[in-house]
Design a protein around this ligand. Sequence first.
Ligand SMILES: Nc1ncnc2c1ncn2[C@@H]1O[C@H](COP(=O)(O)OP(=O)(O)O)[C@@H](O)[C@H]1O
Ligand code: SF4
Ligand SMILES: [Mg+2]
Length: 375
Amino acid sequence: MVTDLLHGFPQGQHIPGDGVTAAVLTPFMAQGAWRQPTGPAVQPAQARPSAEPSNGTPLLRIRDLKVSFDTGTHLVPVLHGVDLELARGETLGVVGESGCGKSVTWMAVMQLLGSRALIEGEISLDGRNIANLPQKAMTAIRGRRIAMIFQDPSSSLNPVKTVGKQLMESVTLHRGLKGDAARAEAIRLLDRVHIPSAAQRMRSWPHELSGGMNQRVMIAMALAGQPELLVADEPTTALDVTIQAQILDLLQELQRDTGMGLVVISHDLGVIAQVCDRVMVMYAGRVVEKANAAELFKHARHPYTQGLIGALPDLEGPIRRLEAIPGTVPAPTEMPAGCSFAPRCSHRMTRCQHEQPVLMAAQGHHFTACWKPYS
Ligand SMILES: Nc1ncnc2c1ncn2[C@@H]1O[C@H](COP(=O)(O)OP(=O)(O)O)[C@@H](O)[C@H]1O
Ligand code: SF4
Ligand SMILES: [Mg+2]
């Protein structure tokens, strides 16, 4: 089995579904700060320079990204043309229920989908198309220019090596440091992710650390190559709510201090609301809405996004029944004709059952793929 050198993540592995857990309204959101971004609680998110990509070359640009898996007898399309741009220093949230194509999008960027995946489209890093780079060239990018962390740190860390050894290996692999220099850098990285007594922790085994500590180790490993872009795929899903908030704070702090681009993937809009400048909502392998975070939470236009927001508990407002979106995401082999959300949509019209809506500018940098006029 080919393994991602940085994180021990097997290539081509079918990423298990995340399951949709109830989003919890965090203290940050409870202050209403995610709707009315004022006051000190939102300072970190507001301190970033721009909520939109700059006019210069974006750090990452994806055009019409399509992914299909070869079953041996036929191709099953799972991504149907994803477009996005990410500026340096920007935090992009990618949200959608399990099975919507969030992980596949970023695994395609990293070329971690294995040989059964057919990838089409453009993926440009700093203006250079990396979509079809040979694996050897990709190893110079993976971990060094783009790093990725996953939901479950315990399955990404090697259980039979101390965290210090694993971290030193990453530092050697990506930066060429060896011996004392690698050790010093590994300790600095553990310290950077606020692991107490970093030098002593170098001797710890992954099973001796809590889930939150292991996720910090994973983040330290991701930082070893000083990446320009960090992709965090459900980084807090396996953690309890308090630790989740600490990890999100850490990611924000690192993003702010290093100026790297940050992508946070989550099925939980509550998580996305806490850290992101811009949000991209995915449904059934498509982007259905894209907007500045504050704009999206205030004026969600797509019925799916509205449904995700309606399912969020609101600690501030009056007690209300949470509205779950009826039904489930269709399997790639059972995609309905027309709008893929139509079977679950209370606004569907005749047109929706025949024509797939494309992403259109609704207002400024707010895009949505829905035939329903906004009211
Ligand atoms: N290696 C694979 N082989 C076949 N199908 C896959 C593979 N990886 C993901 N898929 C399918 O692609 C779709 C999108 O999956 P994924 O990106 O993991 O969803 P998400 O991350 O949004 O939960 C799902 O229907 C999933 O079953
Ligand atoms: S296009 Fe139609 S079915 Fe699809 S989300 Fe919009 S209103 Fe609903
Ligand atoms: Mg996923």
